[in-house]
Design a protein around this ligand. Structure first.
Ligand code: IMP
Ligand code: MG
Length: 178
């Protein structure tokens, strides 16, 4: 019997177990260790979805590093500007720092591009992206996503930080829409 999960009006079935998730994060962690040791990198998690990925990835890193979080906030602008998104929460000065943005999932890349453009203005020494999940067929932007733990198809996923309308972030495994 396949374990089905019901969230709101949709049903999800298992896609990837926690062991496979952890082993993909360990592999990614090794690459990041190699590229950043001795550089005191600043890892910036994008809330809410990245909280578990950040927790597991930064624990693979040995040596000095710092961890912070940002969030994209949307609000209604004027009639001409429509919905305005703004990056909130970053207290650190990132000038001349080696910064790694940590995302749960990169889909079209719209969110990521916005974050990247805001952070690059502050002149970090380097700025790269690490994501748990990447949807290459959906990606529409030019910004290189250097560190990808797992490539996936376009189907909607939940669990391990990812939500469907607020639910599912607490699931240990990742589930796919049925
Ligand atoms: P993008 O701006 O199109 O790259 O979408 C990024 C955001 O959409 C992510 O940070 C997620 O919040 C959400 N998202 C995209 N695909 C999924 C998915 O399969 N499951 C849950 N959330 C998703
Ligand atoms: Mg997200």
């Amino acid at each position: 019997m396949i374990k089905k999960i019901q969230l709101h009006d949709k049903t999800f079935v298992p896609f990837m177990g926690s062991e496979q998730i952890q082993s993909a994060i360990e592999n990614l962690g090794k690459r990041i260790q190699k590229d950043y040791q001795g550089k005191n990198p600043l890892f910036i998690g994008v809330l809410n979805g990245s909280f578990l990925f950040v927790a597991d990835l930064v624990r693979t890193f040995e040596g000095d590093c710092e961890v912070s979080f940002i969030k994209m906030a949307s609000y209604e602008g004027t009639a001409t500007t429509g919905t305005v998104t703004e990056l909130i929460g970053l207290k650190e000065n990132i000038k001349d720092r080696h910064v790694v943005i940590l995302e749960d999932i990169v889909d079209t890349g719209t969110t990521l591009e916005k974050i990247y453009q805001e952070l690059i203005k502050d002149q970090p020494a380097s700025l790269e992206i690490a994501t748990l999940l990447f949807k290459p067929k959906a990606y529409q932007k030019e910004i290189p996503v250097k560190y990808v733990a797992l490539e996936v198809g376009n189907e909607f996923l939940v669990g391990y930080g990812l939500d469907y309308d607020g639910l599912g972030r607490n699931l240990k495994d990742i589930y796919i829409i049925h």
